[in-house]
Structures are given as C-alpha cells and as structure tokens.
Design a protein. Structure first.
Length: 278
C-alpha cells in the first residue's frame, strides 16, 4: 500500500508540474501575413501582421514587452528599424512596421526576416517560450513593371487591331456592292423551277435594278445641274458675253435704241416746223 501511495503521489506531482509548464508557455503564434516563405510582398509601407492566440493589447502586453521581442533583419543580417503596434480592434494581433521615419526603405526582390523572442508575453502573462522566425521576400518591381508594360502593349495593340478592322470594314461597306451572281442550276435544284425560268427571272431582276440605278443617277445629275444654274459665282463653261445674257451688252443695245428714237423724234419735229413756215 505504501508503495502504491508513493507512486500515486509521484504521478500527481509530475502532472501538476507538467500542467504548470503548459500554462506558463501557452502563448502561440497561429499565423502571419506575409506567411513564412512567402514571396511578392509589397514594399510600400512594408509590415508583418502577427496573429497570436492570446490577447495582445497596448495597455498590458505593450507595456510588459520591450522593443527587443520583435526584430527585423535584411538578407545580410543587418537589423532594420521597426515600430510595433499592439492590436486594439483585433484581439491577439501585433503589427511590426518598417520605421520609414528613420530614412529606411524596403528593397525590391529582397529577403527579410522577423525574429520573435521567446520572452514575449500576452496580457495574461502567458509566455511564447521559444524564439520564432518568419522569412519572406518582397516583390520584384522590375519584373512587375515589365509585365505591366507588356500587358499595356497587348491591350493597346488589340485596340489598334480592332480599330483597323473596323476602318477596313467601313471602307469595304462604302464600296459598290458586288454583282449578285446566281447559279441557275443550283437554284433550279433548290426551288424545283426550270433553268430557263431562273435565268429569265434573274435578267428581269437585274434590269429592274439597272433601271432604278439609272433613275437615281439621272436625279442626282439633274440636282447638280440645277445647282450649277443657280450658282452666280462659278462659270462652268466658256460662253460669249451675249450668249450668257451679259447686262453690259443689254444696256448698250438699250442706249442705242434710245438714241435712235431721239434722232427720229428730232427729225420729225424739224419736218413739222418747216411745214408750218410754208
């Protein structure tokens, strides 16, 4: 019995110690953004968002933890200045920001590592227990720029091609329509009519279309002819002044007729005067 009691006491003591150790180091890092091993992280306002399972407020965890619990290093192992923000709206969130106020900038296509000390504690005093690291790579801006330019070239090229096709189609539509050729044998097979009937019908159709086109052309010609006759500023053919109804020639003829009439009048008056004297 004594031996059994000793064994049970020992097991209870081990259980208590193990339980205490579990609660002492119960704080864990659940995820991060960017994740460990991620690529293509933005270099604009570069930051790492850490998600813990315990509450991490500025008033408690922010006061207990010092600046050394979160460290940022570049690919050469050089420490980069950072600022740490403990989550106020999101429980268990810590934001590690690149401190640009000290003149540092994130580099394109470069590797960075955030080191989290095992001494980190949450609001309830739970400890992380072991050091952890998150390594990620920033976006290759040169490649990204070339990709963007390539996409723009493809987009504008497609727009230009579509525009050229539209112009070509419009030009084709403006051309005179092609003569509609009828295959009398094919039509005869399709409609059941004789070849002679189809040929005759096609001739009548084309004659009607030709007559319609001729009327349209004659109408347009008459319109332009009337327009030319009413145009006082253009001389379309060379004509003499008399044939053109020149106002100068008409005035000259009118003046000659008046002078001739005056001379005849004077001559008649002189003859009457002589008769009276006799």
């Amino acid at each position: 019995m004594r031996r059994i009691g000793a064994i049970l006491t020992t097991l209870a003591l081990v259980l208590v110690l193990a339980t205490g150790a579990c609660f002492a180091d119960s704080l864990t890092l659940e995820s991060s953004y960017p994740a460990d091993g991620a690529t293509g992280a933005s270099i604009e306002n570069m930051s790492v968002k850490l998600y813990f399972n315990g509450s991490m407020s500025e008033g408690k965890a922010g006061k207990v933890n010092d600046d050394k619990v979160f460290q940022l290093y570049d690919s050469e192992g050089k420490k980069i200045p950072t600022r740490t923000l403990y989550g106020s709206s999101e429980e268990g969130v810590v934001l590690v920001l690149l401190d640009t106020s000290k003149g540092v900038k994130a580099k394109s296509n470069s590797e960075y590592t955030v080191k989290i000390s095992g001494d980190l504690v949450d609001d309830n005093g739970n400890k992380l227990g072991k050091d952890q690291e998150i390594t990620f790579k920033t976006l290759n801006e040169t490649v990204n720029t070339w990709i963007s330019m390539g996409m723009m070239v493809v987009m504008f090229g497609g727009m230009m091609l579509a525009s050229m096709k539209g112009v070509a189609k419009a030009a084709e539509d403006m051309k005179s329509p092609k003569e509609d050729k009828v295959n009398p044998y094919k039509e005869a097979k399709k409609t059941g009519k004789s070849v002679e009937e189809i040929v005759e019908a096609d001739k009548k159709k084309k004659a009607k279309e030709a007559e319609k086109a001729a009327k349209k052309a004659a109408k347009e010609a008459a319109y332009y002819e009337d327009d030319e006759e009413n145009d006082n500023y253009k001389v379309h053919t060379k004509r003499s002044a008399g044939a053109a109804g020149s106002t100068f020639v008409a005035a000259k003829r009118e003046a000659a007729a008046k002078a001739k009439a005056e001379a005849a009048k004077k001559k008649a008056a002189a003859k009457n005067s002589k008769k009276k004297k006799k």
